[in-house]
Design a binder for this molecule. Sequence first.
Ligand SMILES: [Fe+2]
Ligand SMILES: [Fe+2]
Length: 330
Amino acid sequence: MPQEKREIFTLLQDWAENNILVMLKDVEKSWQPTDFLPDSASEGFEDQVRELRDRTKEIPDDCFVSLVGNMITEEALPTYQTFLNTLDGIGDETASSPTPWAIWIRGWTAEENRHGDLLNRYLYLSGRVDMKQIEKTIQYLIGSGMAVSTENNPYLGFIYVSFQERATFISHGNTARLAKQYGDIKLAQICGAVAADEKRHEAAYTRIVEKLFEIDSDTTIRCLADMMKKKIVMPAHMMYDGGDENIFGHFSAVAQRIGVYTAKDYTDIMEFLVDRWGVEKLTGLSDEGRKAQEYVCSLVPRYRKFEERTQARAKQATTVPFSWIFGREV
Ligand SMILES: [Fe+2]
Ligand SMILES: [Fe+2]
């Protein structure tokens, strides 16, 4: 990224301190995984575990596959921290850098770390899933990383994470709804707590991009168009369990089929962001900027046409075995 663009992020440090760091939640006021799990130091631990296992009885395998995929995605957190640290002018240069951007990255990571911990422990205690296969998938995934074409560019990077935080908010929220429907209120609370964090993170990242639109609308709209053209690739797209070469595709199809994360959600997120950033109302753009604006505005109606077809295809898809649930087919 050119030096003058890099400087924008240095100039925005005070702004970030006052507007973004305040979006982090105090550790003392944050929930911790133990708040939702059987207390292993208590006398009643075994009873609590038994209750947990009873509660999961009505939850079907496809929900477990979707939940496992979401958990594995959360567990690849080292990759996402690395990703944020590659962004020019943003990254934490010393692992304890005092810049507001670096403080945000560490604070955000520390909050996110609770998500994988909580879901992992819950799934472990449920006894419904093959933890060894899941653990292998996590190790493979962290080892592979991710390739989401943001090229160290914080404009692209913040647009990407805005989209992703909303996507995770939606999918954990939908999982909460399903858990409740199948009678596991505890799991619904767990997914709800995670979803609430994602929502707060979405608010922070969309606020950063909103600021970029305010001070440099031309670059920002062109980056938004660029990101949409490349399509938002899911962070866990390199998932592998040691057997199924297309396990990410299979997991995504299940999530689509049961309504945890669908093609409609993708379009809804686009629509939300276009509106959130006032894309249609941008003025004073260069020729290229205007073309990017037109392109971005044309996407939602275009994508809407494919939603039903995608959903119909997902409903017809043949079942596949998942190692995560001992090879049972979903
Ligand atoms: Fe998360
Ligand atoms: Fe997140």
